[in-house]
Design a protein around this ligand. Structure first.
Ligand code: ZN
Length: 158
């Protein structure tokens, strides 16, 4: 283990033990669910958007492994206050990182703690669950729906 691995592990455990933005959004614009059957990770996301598509509030609930739960916690912190399209750019950077590609590490914030996951293909779905579910929320909102009954599974992701 390098000292970077230790630092990244500490960030993941901190978010796992003290997840940020847990709970529900009473006047949510969209609510969606995601699951990762391979590991048993589940997430429920609730978001409130303003008229410009900016994420005013985002909360999560669910359960799963430390990678999935840390990823969700970090994601909610990163996308809050941003528009869906800005969040989508972060999502694409995470996907690139999981495929071993080069990313702007400074722009990744605490997400960089998940970089080591890219070496473990089975765990990539754990790390991507939050973002796949975020993309579902975006698709539902842009289609004028509130997400009722919408569920995404990482099994469907290539
Ligand atoms: Zn997992």
């Amino acid at each position: 283990m390098s000292e970077f691995d230790d630092l990244y592990q500490a960030i993941i455990l901190d978010h796992y033990r003290k997840p940020r933005n847990r709970g529900t959004v009473p006047d949510a614009s969209v609510r969606v669910d995601g699951k990762n059957p391979l590991c048993g990770d589940e997430v429920h996301l609730e978001l409130r958007l303003d008229e410009n598509g900016r994420i005013e509030d985002i909360k999560s609930s669910g359960h799963g492994c430390s990678i999935s739960q840390a990823s969700i916690s970090i994601m909610t912190e990163l996308v809050k206050g941003r528009t869906f399209d800005e969040g989508k750019q972060v999502c694409e950077s995470v996907r690139t990182m999981m495929r071993g590609g080069e990313v702007d590490e400074e722009a990744m914030g605490e997400l960089i703690a998940l970089k080591g996951v890219s070496k473990f293909p089975v765990r990539i779905k754990c790390a991507m669950l939050s973002w796949t579910t975020f993309e579902l929320a975006m698709a539902e909102f842009k289609a004028g729906r509130d997400g009722a009954g919408a569920m995404v599974s990482t099994e469907d992701e290539k």
